[in-house]
Design a protein around this ligand. Structure first.
Ligand code: ADP
Ligand code: MG
Length: 795
């Protein structure tokens, strides 16, 4: 047998894990004899030991053994050795690959318990509300029995309005079950809080991500965005669209389908100059126009109606490509959405500015430690390592896997393939064996469902619209005679149990109508059969008309004559042709995977700048939020910085101009005479301005009878300055990312340019924030409402 290096490495890791495993097991017999109270008392004891300096690692074995024994008593489930092994990996901050049905939910309870003992909070994060709630409800009795608190990190009612302090209560639990989206939005909102009391999320300490590849690889490209006020609207979208329609592909612009890029060529630039009456389109003053042209080109070439979006009631509604779900309310950023609206000649909607944003990649980097689990992490290992420095440990299954993954079946086109799939389903169904047919798009799923009904085969159609209902249906997909047609996302995370007797028929048969964007998703889908050592089978059907082939294949390969002229019967018989088609499909999937990896890398790079800046700003905010007084704060230095910049970067030509500046930034009431010689002595001028600032601030301070209100006032003025500066910056960086992508630079240059611009804009922002602080402090007007609360009117 050949020795596979990956396997060898995994074996080494497993051996090490097994040493810890032994220790956990060694406690089993004695813990079994403990009374309930004695077992429960362990939690207090562990906390005590941690307080006295013990490390989490040092109590791992014992604490896992406690949870294990408690689980037996409370849940009636005794964690298996493979589950203990997974649990060890999770505490290490790595990724555990555990197959479907192996019991990841229970596995996670041990590291969650251990890490929650610190009191810093431990999260279990999963893909949707339904799963979070299900796992929370199932595991909560265990934690509570052991004396820890657990919460569902949100109120599961659409549009629910949280009462004051309610969120904090949810987040204060020892163990919190939630979703990536909820945690992410709350993280952003938490950092927009303007009082210390308004904060509700503790610093992010430890989390375990369930279905980790789907959350941090597949979904990592979708940033979370909190939108603010509408951006000043450009009325160019329609004009530019009309211009774009006069251009010819490959002559005026180029479209690289594989890389998903499109750009203007020289003749196109020429035409733009003519059309808009310019001498040079690329002159700095026309950047907005260039940006709009690029957006319009992307809207035209890279987005297709009914595949990327639908038009519903005159609005563009995006489609989630993987699930086929409508992404209602979601908009593409930075004017792209508006360009598509112009393309389809529907009303142009408002382009909102971005208040705060974070990608999932970065969200999880905010945790001191995170780990993950999934059935298909191994295939993402390189990326987990490159992006997060995590290794993947493959945990053996409790029982050997019996599922048979059959070779792909090969067809020339979709028509013949779909017919063969139908035939196959009908055949298998005759034996009463359950079938799960998985398609890439909702359209296909609907097609098969209808066709099966037409053949008198009742079936359940799942197209990712109601996760809870889907979970119910898919949990029954292993019953006799059951036929389930689903898109790839539908019912994820739900275990398909076989009805007794079904195993004799070969278990669940999974049929997949095409290869997905990457082989990880293929494997997730295959893994729906054969849980916990059940029998089962999976098979993927392919053709040259598959999505990945159309999108990622080399067109010349596709136009190979033998293939084009081949009849479907010939394909059935010819091994050579079949192999050729298979190669094309495999190749296309590899290109697709590379494309995905590259995009994530780029996003990761882009995000680095924002992330560093975000952390600095949030830390700055927290410092101010935490302040109880400003006696030691160096206001003079602050003012000095601001005025130095003013004096050295702006020409101050007259006493009048200087007075204007003072009115606008320091005092409405300034009345003193200004000696003209100040204008020529920069250092004296700065000192003079600092003096004015101090006067103005002192006057402000005297207005407050109570020190408490003064502190509060200063805090608000500063936070307001930070937030408005940062919000502008986030919005700017977001747009920069959109713009710079379409500049025709090499990949490395794009990133370099972006970081460079991001850095210099950060410096500009810091000065701007300081300026606003000074201004807010001097010119804001404090007022009280009827209840005596301080109200501030900012200048
Ligand atoms: P996964 O997330 O790994 O696919 P689940 O956590 O959904 O698997 O668990 C699958 C099923 O196995 C659930 O019904 C769960 O209750 C059960 N299970 C898990 N661990 C054990 C155990 N140690 N003993 C008995 N049943 C278990
Ligand atoms: Mg699960």
């Amino acid at each position: 047998m050949m020795i596979n290096i990956d396997q060898a490495i995994n074996q080494t890791r497993i051996r090490k894990i097994k040493r810890t495993l032994k220790k956990i097991i060694s406690y089993a017999a004695s813990f079994e004899t403990l009374s309930d109270d004695a077992l429960k008392a362990k939690t207090v004891e562990f906390k005590e030991r941690l307080k006295n300096g013990a490390s989490l690692d040092s109590i791992l074995a014992e604490s896992y053994a406690v949870v294990r024994e408690a689980s037996r008593r409370v849940l009636g489930m005794y964690p298996k050795e493979v589950q203990l092994m997974g649990a060890i990996v999770l505490h290490d901050g790595n990724i555990a690959e555990m197959q479907t049905g192996e019991g990841k939910t229970l596995t996670a309870t041990m590291p969650l318990y251990l890490n929650a003992l610190t009191g810093k909070g431990a999260y279990l994060i999963t893909t949707n509300d339904y799963l979070a709630r299900r796992d929370y409800e199932e595991m909560k009795p265990l934690y509570e029995w052991l004396g820890l608190t657990a919460s569902l990190g949100f109120v599961d009612i659409p549009g629910y309005e949280y009462k004051k302090g309610e969120k904090k209560q949810l987040y204060d639990a020892d163990i919190i079950y939630s979703t990536n989206g909820r945690i992410g939005f709350d993280y952003l909102i938490n950092n927009l809080a303007d009082t210390k009391e308004g904060k509700f999320q503790k610093p992010l300490s430890f989390c375990i991500i369930d279905e980790v590849d789907s959350i941090i690889l597949d979904a990592a490209q979708t940033p979370l965005v909190i939108s603010g006020a509408p951006r000043v609207q450009s009325n160019m979208f329609n004009v530019v669209k009309a211009f774009i329609d006069t251009l010819t592909k490959t002559i005026d612009y180029e479209h690289d389908e594989k890389k998903q890029e499109v750009w203007l060529l020289a003749p196109g630039v020429q035409k733009a100059n003519q059309y808009f009456g310019l001498t040079d389109l690329y002159d700095a003053q026309y950047t907005a126009l260039v940006r709009n042209i690029n957006l319009a080109l992307r809207a035209k070439c890279l987005f297709e109606m009914n595949q990327d979006y639908y038009i519903i009631d005159g609005e563009i509604v995006l489609i989630d490509k993987i699930s086929g779900r409508l992404l209602e309310g979601t908009k593409l950023q930075s004017g792209l959405h508006q360009s598509i609206e112009a393309k389809e000649m529907v009303d142009i909607s408002e382009d909102m500015s971005v208040l705060a944003t974070i990608t999932f990649q970065n969200l999880f980097k905010q945790f001191d430690k995170f780990s993950g689990m999934s059935a298909t992490s191994k295939l993402g290992e390189k990326e987990f390592f490159d992006l997060y420095g995590k290794v993947v440990v493959q945990i053996p299954t409790a029982n050997p896997i019996q599922r048979i993954d059959l070779d792909d079946r090969v067809f020339i086109n979709k028509q013949t393939k779909d017919n063969a799939i139908l035939e196959k389903v009908i055949d298998i169904h005759k034996t009463t064996r359950p079938i799960l047919l998985i398609t890439r798009t909702a359209d296909d799923a609907e097609y098969f469902s209808k066709a099966l009904f037409a053949n008198h085969i009742p079936n359940n159609l799942l197209i990712a619209q109601n996760v809870a209902k889907e979970a119910q249906i898919i949990s029954e997909a292993g019953y006799f005679n059951s036929v389930t047609v689903a898109t790839s996302m539908a019912g994820r995370g739900t275990d398909i149990k076989l009805e007794p007797g079904v195993d004799a028929l070969g278990g669940l048969s999974v049929i997949i109508s095409e290869h997905m964007e990457n082989s990880r998703i293929d494997r997730q889908l295959r893994g729906r059969a054969g849980r916990q050592g059940d029998p089962g089978s999976s098979q993927i059907y392919i053709s040259l008309e598959d999505y990945i082939v159309q999108r990622y294949s080399n067109q010349t390969l596709l136009h190979n004559e033998n293939l084009l002229n081949a009849k479907s019967e010939q394909i059935e018989e010819s091994k050579v042709l079949k192999r050729r088609i298979k190669q094309i499909v495999t190749r296309a999937q590899i290109v697709s995977e590379e494309h995905g990896t590259l995009t994530r890398q780029m996003n990761n790079e882009f995000d680095r700048s924002v992330s560093v800046q975000r952390l600095k700003i949030y830390a700055e905010r927290d410092k101010i939020l935490d302040k109880e007084q400003f006696d030691t704060f160096d206001f003079k230095q602050l003012a000095h910085d601001v005025f130095t910049r003013y004096v050295y970067t702006e020409k101050i030509e007259s006493v009048r101009a200087l007075k204007q500046y003072i009115y606008k930034n320091i005092s409405f009431q300034f009345e003193d005479e200004i000696d003209i010689s100040l204008l020529t002595d920069k250092e004296r001028l700065i000192d003079f301005l600092v003096e004015q600032f101090e006067k103005s601030r002192e006057a402000k301070k005297r207005q407050f009878k109570d020190e408490f209100f003064y502190v509060h006032f200063i805090k608000k003025c500063m936070l307001k300055a930070i937030d408005s500066g940062w919000i502008d910056q986030v919005d700017y960086l977001q747009q920069l990312k959109g713009n710079i992508n379409s500049r025709q630079l090499g990949r490395r240059n794009v990133i370099f340019e972006y970081h460079k611009t991001a850095l210099s804009s950060y410096e500009a922002m810091t000065s701007e924030i300081k300026r606003r602080m000074v201004r807010n402090i001097c010119l804001s007007i404090a007022d009280y409402d009827k209840k005596g609360n301080l109200i501030i009117h900012f200048p």
